[in-house]
Design a protein around this ligand. Structure first.
Ligand SMILES: Cc1ncc(COP(=O)(O)O)c(C=O)c1O
Length: 388
């Protein structure tokens, strides 16, 4: 049947994390630091808003770009938090998560062979939508000695006449890195100089610790070349509701909307009402604050614990991931993750899944209960002593 599969799809490697979850699923007493989603249930006020919407008969399609009150709430929220203004009527589109937004963006902006620069290690969902749009992803490595921040000169060196956009995902999955303002400013200057778009995935914007998130769209002169992607999955523990948004200048937003309406029609209407309460109900906001505080406690336990064991870890300031080096064991990332799973029943994700520069590192999620993190650290310490 292979002859029927398009070259585009055939060029996409299989979902590499799956093999770990398959092995893990067969084990008892497993502790997973592998999964990239909140362990919290969606906060109660948001759940209730969803239930209420169903009972009110909100079971129909919405307008393609999403219910206006939600677009207005998103625009108001971006204005309040980042001082950037988007017209909710024409510059905000409600999507089925950032996953859909990424497909929309690249389908809308790329012609075959156009290039997108992607710093790595990066989220596994960044390169495939570029390939599906017949584009080419050009990866630029980042390194622990720079806290995994991209080096602007290296990004500029990767630009060719075919480059159309830079894809930035900060706070970062898998490293937890947040971007220094001077690096962001330098990246915006590069985009201006070479007339490129910046696709900024800010899905973890609220999950920052001792840090103030800066939106790319808020930097001077940047808004006109930014496609800002946000979502409800992580900040509001709503992964299963499948809801996100894209905000962009009118002409770009119209192009995204064209793809969206013929692909999805509209995002789930009930999820849109739930998301509206996430942004507008003070009780939902209280629940979000409590989750952020809890992630921060877990973050400190995990990062201190890993460093004490000797798995050196730069301090992650955002998202819910730590990205320690496994150098002390002498193993590569894949061997470390496999052996740790088989010998100690702890699941972590090899850094190479996120790009070649992830070699020598593993991703550990702290969206996991504190007692599980503590027990995982005991097991990792035992493992490191045996293999150190
Ligand atoms: C950086 C990043 N962007 C996007 C997504 C996908 O988010 P959504 O649930 O909104 O599709 C994820 C999920 O893990 C992610 O880590």
């Amino acid at each position: 049947m292979g002859k029927y599969i398009s070259k585009k799809v055939a060029s996409i490697p299989p979902y590499a994390i799956k093999q770990f979850f398959d092995i893990a699923a067969t084990m008892d007493d497993i502790i997973s630091l592998g999964i990239g989603e909140p362990d919290f249930k969606t906060p109660e006020p948001i759940l209730q808003a969803g239930i209420q919407a169903l009972q009110d008969g909100e079971t129909h399609y919405s307008v393609n770009s999403g219910i206006l009150p939600l677009r207005q709430a998103i625009a108001a929220n971006l204005q309040e938090r980042y001082g950037v203004s988007y017209d909710p009527e024409s510059e905000v589109i409600i999507t089925v998560g950032v996953s859909e937004s990424l497909r929309l963006v690249f389908d809308a902006i790329l012609d075959p062979g156009d290039e997108v620069i992607v710093p790595e290690p990066s989220y596994i969902g960044y390169v495939p939508p570029v390939l599906l749009a017949a584009g080419k992803a050009v990866t630029v490595p980042t390194r622990a000695e720079n806290n995994f921040q991209p080096v602007p000169a290296e990004i500029e060196a990767a630009i060719t006449p075919r480059t159309k956009a830079l894809l930035m995902g900060y706070p970062n999955n898998p490293t937890g890195t947040v971007l220094q303002q001077e690096i962001m400013t330098a990246i915006v200057r590069i985009a201006q100089k070479h007339d490129l778009l910046i696709i900024s995935d800010e899905i973890y914007d609220r999950l920052v610790y001792d840090w103030q998130h800066i939106s790319f769209a808020s930097l001077p002169g940047a808004r006109e070349r930014i496609v800002l992607l946000g979502g409800f999955s992580k900040d509001y523990a709503m992964t299963g509701w499948r809801l996100g948004y894209a905000a962009a200048p009118n002409a770009l937003a119209s192009a995204l909307l064209k793809v969206h309406q013929y692909t999805i029609m509209c995002a789930s209407t009930v999820s849109q009402y739930a998301a509206l309460s996430a942004l507008t109900d003070p009780a939902a906001e209280e629940a979000v604050q409590a989750m952020i505080a809890e992630y921060d406690v877990r973050r400190r336990i995990l990062v201190n614990g890993l460093n004490d064991i000797g798995l050196a870890c730069v301090e992650p300031r955002g998202a819910f991931y730590a990205f320690p080096s496994v150098a002390i064991t002498g193993m590569d990332a894949m061997a470390f993750a496999e052996k740790l799973l088989l010998e100690e029943q702890v699941a972590v994700i090899p850094g190479t899944v996120f790009g070649t520069s992830g070699e020598g590192y593993v991703r550990c999620t702290y969206a996991t209960a504190t007692d599980q993190i503590t027990e995982a650290l005991n097991r990792i310490a035992r493992f490191a002593r045996r293999h150190g």
